[in-house]
Design a protein around this ligand. Structure first.
Ligand SMILES: Cc1cc2nc3c(=O)[nH]c(=O)nc-3n(C[C@H](O)[C@H](O)[C@H](O)COP(=O)(O)OP(=O)(O)OC[C@H]3O[C@@H](n4cnc5c(N)ncnc54)[C@H](O)[C@@H]3O)c2cc1C
Length: 489
């Protein structure tokens, strides 16, 4: 049951300070915010605040602290693990209207942006000066920098350039106790703990970013993109290993299987090689002479692995056409299945053929299909588990297949998430990767930021049991406590 009194008090406090319309408690409007990109978890928040500044965020957090009300930050709500799923008794602080690019300093290769700035907008603004922002989630036309920081988001070009963490120099943060602080520095390195490093990827559990200084990269002198068609994903996987084994680090190597190609064709007529059971999109960038040499070598490795067709983009239009199929693939799957779950797991690249084979088997056993479209270069899989909610039992079968895929990734030495975070969706899988002591150690960090446990509670950790939350399994003191090194709140 919603805690009417604290929420009413928070609402009254915020209404007295914020413009009309910035505080929403109408149930119909609240329903707009009841999920993120993980559509099958839905919770209406008790209150929504449309933040436009760091002051607004701080005001909202302080009101929540005062009345012990949980809060959740939301960027564009494109997250795929339920990280921005609201708390039924809490406040959803929406950051998407807080979006100004405050400063661009090409010579220092950095930009200072509001958290609600759209990822692509940073590159659009800086490209004419010769720079861009490297992390490029496929959702980059809509997701926010704040969401990218919270999820440590990746993207096709992160194989070569690294995830968001590599590209954030500093962040102003409203901490869960309502203070405002700066993490990181714009200097190349800083003494002391890497607190910014802990914040990036913490999925909104350590506070809310209210300003981010991002690193800009120089536009490459030359870019070459090609599409290679293979009979199946095994052959495509062999090409990936051969390219990287030869010492080439492409800007991107993306793979799609037959089902993903079918979906993309249905949605955007991308005209991928007919009959391909697997395609690779390979992009090389850098100095022109280097790119030309790498292009020849990468093409050679693809042909050796069995590519029956290779198309090198002759210009930017052809390059965009190659990428169109890949970039639209997630949404395109809606063309071939009424419902789907986007899974996210990582495996060592070399395990690709075996994992894809076993994935096909476990899906068939459960009566669902899996389409694969993923960042093959770094072993970051995105199996799309297709199902029909209207068919009794299919939703559960898809959930089951989705969990089994993560087990498969772990069995092959991988991880339960590559770039989409843990959120609400995968919290239950965390004990498969981490011991209880590991998880408690993470909780100690979290408690240091958020002793009340009100910043995005219920996310990331399976059984919240510290910071005065639900009592859990631990019977004895944490080893850090026993050693006199830390306190479990
Ligand atoms: C079609 C599609 C393709 C995608 N492709 C990729 C991909 O290639 N790579 C990839 O990594 N992801 C991808 N994603 C996932 C998603 O876009 C990213 O996780 C993105 O970073 C989320 O940004 P957002 O603004 O939508 O955040 P939201 O979904 O609103 O929030 C995500 C998390 O960030 C927290 N948060 C939001 N703003 C802040 C803030 N200012 N301070 C602190 N915490 C905050 C929220 O509480 C939540 O935990 C894709 C999603 C879709 C729908």
């Amino acid at each position: 049951m919603p805690q009417a009194a604290p929420i009413a008090a928070v609402a009254a406090r915020l209404r007295s300070a914020l413009p009309t319309g910035a505080v929403i408690d109408d149930p119909t409007q609240l329903a707009t915010y009841d999920c993120d990109g993980l559509l099958h978890y839905r919770v209406s928040p008790a209150l929504v605040v449309l933040a436009k500044s760091a002051d607004d965020v701080q005001l909202a957090v302080r009101a929540c602290v005062e009345h012990d009300v949980p809060f959740v930050a939301r960027g564009s709500g494109t997250g795929l693990s339920g990280g921005a799923l609201p708390h039924a008794d809490g406040v959803l602080i929406v950051m998407s209207g807080f979006r100004e690019i405050r400063a661009v300093s090409p010579r220092d290769q950095r930009a200072v942006v509001d958290p609600g700035v759209i990822n692509l907008a940073v590159s659009q603004r800086t490209r004419p000066d010769g720079y861009y922002f490297a992390p490029d989630p496929s959702s980059q036309q809509i997701c926010t920098i704040g969401g990218n920081v919270a999820e440590n988001s990746g993207g096709a070009h992160c194989l070569k350039y690294g995830f968001t963490a590599t590209h954030v120099l500093s962040a102003e943060v409203v901490t869960p106790d309502g203070e405002r602080t700066m993490l990181g520095t714009t200097a190349p390195d800083a003494p002391g703990y890497d607190v910014l490093g802990a914040f990036v990827g913490s999925e909104g559990t350590l506070g809310i970013a209210t300003e981010v200084t991002v690193r800009l990269l120089r536009n490459p002198q030359s870019v070459q993109t090609f599409l290679a068609g293979f009979a199946d994903c095994n052959a495509a996987g062999a090409a990936v290993s051969a390219i990287i084994g030869a010492g080439i680090v492409p800007a991107a190597i993306e793979m799609m299987d037959a089902l993903a190609i079918e979906a993309a064709e249905a949605a955007v007529s991308c005209n991928y090689p007919p009959g391909a059971g697997g395609v690779l999109v390979v992009e090389l960038d850098g100095p022109e002479h280097e790119v030309e040499a790498e292009l020849a070598a990468a093409e050679h490795h693809c042909r050796e692995a069995g590519a029956f067709e290779i198309r090198v983009a002759a210009n930017d239009t052809e390059r965009q056409a190659i990428w169109r199929g890949r970039k639209s693939a997630f949404a395109a799957v809606g063309r071939i299945s009424p419902d789907y779950i986007v899974q996210d797991g990582v495996i060592p690249r070399t395990a690709l053929p075996e994992v894809l084979r076993q994935m096909g088997e476990l899906a068939a056993e459960r009566g669902v299909r899996v389409a694969n479209v993923f960042h093959a270069g770094d072993g970051n899989l995105h199996p799309l588990v297709l199902f029909d909610e209207q068919v009794p039992g299919q939703g559960d079968a898809a959930e089951d297949a989705s969990g089994a895929i993560l087990d498969l990734c772990l069995a092959h030495g991988g991880s339960i998430t590559g770039e989409h975070g843990v959120g609400s969706d995968k919290a239950k899988h965390m004990p498969k990767m981490f011991t209880e002591d590991d998880l408690d150690t993470m909780q100690l960090v979290r408690c240091a930021f958020d002793p009340q446990g009100i910043s995005n509670p219920g996310k990331v950790f399976p059984t919240p049991r510290l910071c005065g939350e639900v009592p859990g399994k631990r019977k004895a003191a944490h080893p850090a406590q026993q050693a006199g090194l830390g306190e479990v709140f």
